[in-house]
Design a binder for this molecule. Structure first.
Ligand code: ADP
Ligand code: MG
Length: 283
């Protein structure tokens, strides 16, 4: 039984939205006491995290904080030792990856969802076809394939890749590959997109482009991203959760967490010293 969520009522299995309208304070995904131990070592220790629908939520923290482990728990790459995960109020702790995809939770892989030797357009067509339930549509009239093509081009335009449509994926510049990866994820029309360091290894120009792209695709969906680049986080994140040694040490807006003494201390002397340096240079 799910209780206590504003705007929701529960009939035990399904959670029904009373107004039938998304609310700004509606929680789309939540973890309670989520824990992962590796042979007794606590990589993620009792994390309570709430992500609001429509938000870009960033998960940050120094190296070894447990970000990747947490991400892998959410996306079912790892099984939690303890704790629970709820999506739209429903316990999905034991759900299969296929069930997550059905519910609209999609992880953007670092190029693993992209066929390197296919064209950009064909990659997106495959992604769109996959969401139709089967990859074979021999019996479908030509008109439906045209619709598929126009949808694919529309999607490519939305990620600024239309001029690369006929290029082979492997030949794309790095930042464009990441844009294609986001396009193939978008083809699945996710409600919640999970991005693991989308700007990692990018040039300054590509970082700007991907940041703008994430903001654009987040207009009608929720994004939870692990991100190292503090300027990206400060630009697009509606809310930030800071992990350190597997625990949440701060949660709030960039303005709030960046002046939190625990956060400044956590980043002090670490490789990701953005917070520490930002603040030491202003004092
Ligand atoms: P982050 O992504 O924040 O840098 P990780 O989630 O990768 O941190 O790692 C958190 C801690 O858990 C680290 O100390 C790491 O060494 C440890 N860890 C991660 N995966 C494993 C594993 N499969 N086995 C043992 N320890 C692990
Ligand atoms: Mg990591």
């Amino acid at each position: 039984m799910v209780t206590g969520r504003a705007g929701y009522q529960s009939d035990g299995m399904r959670v029904i939205h009373r107004s039938g309208f998304p609310m700004t304070d509606e929680i789309i995904i939540e973890t309670r006491g989520l824990t992962k131990e590796f042979n007794g070592f606590v990589a993620v220790g009792g994390v309570d995290l709430q992500v609001r629908r429509g938000h870009i939520h960033a998960l940050i923290g120094p190296n070894g904080a447990g970000k990747t482990t947490f991400f892998n728990l959410l996306t079912k790459f790892l099984v939690p030792t303890r704790g629970k995960i709820f999506f739209e109020g429903i316990d999905i702790t034991s759900a299969s990856p296929a069930e997550l995809a059905r519910r609209g939770i999609v992880r953007s892989f670092q190029m693993s969802a992209v066929f390197p030797h296919m064209t950009v357009l064909d990659n997106v067509r495959v992604g769109l076809q996959r969401t139709l339930g089967t990859s074979f549509h021999f019996w479908k009239p030509v008109s439906s394939l045209r619709i598929l093509d126009s949808n694919a081009m529309e999607l490519l335009e939305s990620v600024d890749l239309a001029s690369f449509a006929q290029r082979v994926a492997v030949e794309l510049p790095y930042g464009r590959k990441r844009a294609l990866e986001i396009a193939t994820t978008l083809a699945m029309d996710p409600q919640l997109m999970l991005l693991d360091e989308p700007t990692q290894g990018m040039s300054h120009e590509d970082v700007g482009r991907i940041t703008a792209l994430i903001r654009k695709v987040a207009q009608n969906r929720t994004v939870l991203m692990v991100e190292h680049n503090m300027s990206v986080v400060s630009t697009i994140a509606d809310r930030i959760t800071v992990l350190q040694r597997g625990q949440v040490i701060a949660d709030g807006s960039y303005a709030d967490v960046s002046k939190d003494p625990l956060v400044m201390e956590a980043y002090m002397g670490s490789a990701d010293s953005e917070f520490a340096s930002t603040h030491s240079s202003t004092h």
